[in-house]
Ligand binder design. Structure first.
Ligand SMILES: [Zn+2]
Length: 395
């Protein structure tokens, strides 16, 4: 699908649509969509000029009025955001909407779909002074509000920051801050400090395939390589943690049949819980902890030859002592990693109950009896093979 893009249009719709027709005819292609990223200047009538922050000598009606009055129809579906030269008095500012047949205004911050393409946009330009304020401006505007009305607001950026699924194309009027570092900045008069801070935050979060900005009336291309799901390390999966947390209460640890089928999963609250917990600590797995003393080759001779290896044997002996002590205190030593994991999910440590035989019917054989009395089907073949091998070796 071919898409045409246009920076500051300043009301010259006739010219742009003529150019599109020309390109379609000479190259024998079809252009399905026109995107315009600010300073669209959708002026319907002379009075709208009063809301336009533009020097008197640039106050011209241009051609939008023909398209909203029905005199002309936009030959290509057109989507636009607002810049700093808009008739802010009437555009469906908050939620977006049709400015004219076939011409759609995205509003202050909106995401729409066109075919399979997901398009997002942020209207206006960044100004730190008004960023955190509400949308308080109402027409008729005074000298201050005619400017502040197009200043980007934190609320709209905050809404966009909540997007989880990827965006294909994003539009902002002013450039994302720091974007000049990703292109041939030597050709620019100004670099490094120009641009919008919230746009830069959105670029990092939304990682769109394409981002278009206008405002500076110059051509500049930049290539930003988004981190593809990095960092490259093992991380907990939030959804899986939510499932684990949810189903831990029916973790079957006895001979009895588990009651998983009867558990109704209402995951929404649990997902939210895990998400907020992960936001605090990150998704890095709990620390590794050693659960056995380091293997030393001569340790196997310890009991036979302890009098000769008295010193190294001492460490092993103290570890065995620790294990015995741990056994006395808690039944069996707990793996510190599992303990931290369960603390993370705010779950009780139930694995100790695994050795609890209260729920095991007395008539049933205990675990240790299995190997001799009840053949384990899975291990049959292996045991047979092992026996045969032994026989072969001894014969
Ligand atoms: Zn502009």
């Amino acid at each position: 699908m071919k898409i045409a893009v246009e920076g500051c249009m300043h009301g010259d719709l006739d010219k742009v649509y003529d150019t599109i027709k020309y390109i379609e005819n000479t190259r024998n292609i079809k252009i399905y969509l026109l995107l315009c990223y600010g300073d669209f200047q959708a002026v319907r009538k002379g009075k709208d000029m009063d809301s336009l922050n533009v020097a008197p000598k640039y106050r011209e009606m241009k051609s939008f009025w023909k398209y909203c009055s029905g005199q002309e129809v936009a030959p290509v579906p057109t989507i636009f955001i607002g810049g700093n030269n808009e008739a802010s008095n009437y555009l469906c500012k908050y939620y977006g909407g049709w400015a004219a047949p076939n011409i759609y205004f995205l509003g202050y911050a909106v995401v729409v779909k066109f075919g399979n393409i997901r398009i997002g946009g942020l209207s206006g330009i960044y100004n730190a002074r008004n960023y955190c304020l509400g949308h308080h401006e109402r027409p008729p505007y005074n000298d201050n509000t005619i400017r502040s009305v197009y200043h980007v607001r934190e609320y709209d950026v905050h809404k966009l920051m909540h997007l989880e699924k990827l965006i294909d194309i994003f539009l902002s009027h002013d450039w994302p801050l720091g974007i000049t570092d990703y292109g041939n900045w030597q050709h620019l008069i100004q670099q490094g400090t120009l641009g919008s801070k919230p746009a830069a935050q959105l670029l990092k979060k939304l990682r769109p395939s394409y981002w278009f900005s206008a405002h500076l009336h110059c051509k500049f291309t930049a290539l930003v390589e988004h981190e593809e799901g990095g960092p490259y390390e093992v991380q907990y999966d939030k959804e899986w943690l939510a499932i684990t947390r949810k189903l831990n209460c029916v973790f079957p640890l006895t001979f009895r049949r588990g009651d998983v089928g009867r558990t109704k999963l209402d995951m929404q609250d649990c997902r939210q819980w895990v998400k907020s917990r992960m936001e605090d600590r990150g998704a890095k797995p709990c620390e590794f902890s050693q659960t056995a003393p380091p293997h030393k080759p001569f340790d196997s001779y310890f009991f036979l030859a302890s009098q000769y290896y008295c010193h190294s044997g001492y460490e092993t002996l103290s570890f065995i002592f620790y294990l015995l002590l741990a056994q006395l205190i808690v039944g069996s030593p707990r793996n510190p990693q599992i303990v931290s994991f369960l603390e993370l999910l705010d779950l009780p440590y139930v694995l100790d109950n695994a050795s609890d035989s209260r729920d095991t019917p007395p008539s049933l054989p205990q675990k240790d009896d299995y190997s001799e009395d009840i053949p384990n089907e899975d291990e049959d073949d292996l045991e047979d093979d092992a026996e045969r091998n032994n026989e072969n070796r001894s014969s």
